[in-house]
Design a protein around this ligand. Sequence first.
Ligand code: 5GP
Length: 194
Amino acid sequence: MSIIAIDDERVGERLLSIEQIAQRVKELGQQIGNDYRGRDLVLIGVLTGSVVFLSDLIRSIPGNLEVDFVAAASYGAVTHSSGVVRILKDLSHPILSKDALIVEDIVDTGLTLAYLIDRVASHQPASLATCVLLNKSARRRVPVDLNYVGFELPDRFVVGYGLDYAGRYRNLPSIHVYNLEESSGIECRRPSAD
Ligand code: 5GP
C-alpha cells in the first residue's frame, strides 16, 4: 500500500516496490563504493528526475564523494524526447582529473544521456561512467554505455520515485505504470519513433 494518496486512476500497476528499490539502490551503492575506493568521485545528478534516486544512492556509497547537478531539456511532447537536446544547467564546479559518475533516473531512447556524456566529457574528468536506475533498452535509438543499471523495464511509461508525468507523482515512493492512453487535455501521445 502506498503512503501517498493519488486520485488519478491513470496511475496503474506497481512495477517496483519500495523494498525492491531500496535493496537494489543499496547494492548499487556498495558496488560503486568498491569500484571507486580511494578515488576522487563526483556524482553528477541529472535534474530533476534523478534527485530521489541520487539522495538514496549517495547514502549507500561508503567513502568520500562530491555531488553536482546538470539539467537538460528536449523539445517535444510530455512523454518522449524529440531528439533535440539542450543544456539548461551545466556543472557548478570543475571536475578536471576527478572520476565523474552521471546519475540518471531512466534511459529511453538514449538521446539525453548521450548528449550529457559528451557535455560532461568536455570538462575533462579522469574517468566518466553512468549509473541509471531504469533502463528501457527496447526503445534505444542511440547507443549509450551504461556502467551501473538498477532495473530493466518493459516499454511502459512509469512514474514515482522521482519520475514525473507533467510535473506530478515524483513523490510516490514506488514505481508505477502511468496509463497514457486514457488521459485527455494535455498532449500525451504514446511514445513513437519520430
Ligand atoms: P531519452 O532521451 O533517453 O529518450 O529520455 C530520457 C528522459 O525522458 C528521462 O530523463 C525522462 O525525463 C524521460 N522519460 C523517458 N521515459 C520515461 C518514463 O517512462 N517515465 C518518465 N516519467 N519519464 C521518462
